[in-house]
Design a protein around this ligand. Structure first.
Ligand code: HEC
Length: 110
């Protein structure tokens, strides 16, 4: 019985979401989504950033990540479920996609 209780306690501690706020969890996931952090390309607030400037065939080019804090949830969700040219493919759950959307569209992330 005691072991059962210890295991139960352990599992309840592992559910980190209960011990930190939704916002803290969202921020953590945004910068560490089991892969390269969204912040690295889309900026800490999701308003888009220049990833690189380079020359191609003598022309100046800019590679940028678009703003993701002013798009609809359906565009956001679809984008995270299909492969892209530059952006890596993530394996996020529906819940994680919702919380990432909550994070980038939240006024409080400023
Ligand atoms: C290596 C840089 C990079 C990382 C890391 C990255 N993205 Fe992107 N993202 C891009 C680029 C560039 C595009 C434009 C499509 C393309 O060329 O890949 C894009 C497109 C998107 C779009 C579609 C926007 C639209 O208007 O259609 C969404 C939504 C998005 N990213 C969300 C995220 C989220 C959330 C994360 C973290 C889980 C993330 N991205 C991580 C570079 C990145």
């Amino acid at each position: 019985m005691r072991i059962f209780f210890a295991v139960f306690l352990l599992f309840s501690f592992m559910n980190a979401e209960d011990f930190i706020t939704k916002m803290e969890y969202a921020k953590m996931l945004y910068s560490n989504p089991r892969g390269i952090g969204c912040n690295r390309c889309h900026g800490s607030k999701g308003d888009g950033e220049i990833i690189a400037r380079y020359r191609h065939k003598g022309k100046k080019r800019v590679l940028r990540a678009p703003a993701i804090n002013s798009i609809s949830f359906s565009v956001f969700e679809k984008a995270l479920k299909r492969p892209h040219r530059v952006m890596p493919t993530y394996f996020l759950t529906d819940k994680e996609i919702k919380i990432l959307y909550f994070y980038v569209t939240s006024e409080a992330n400023n």
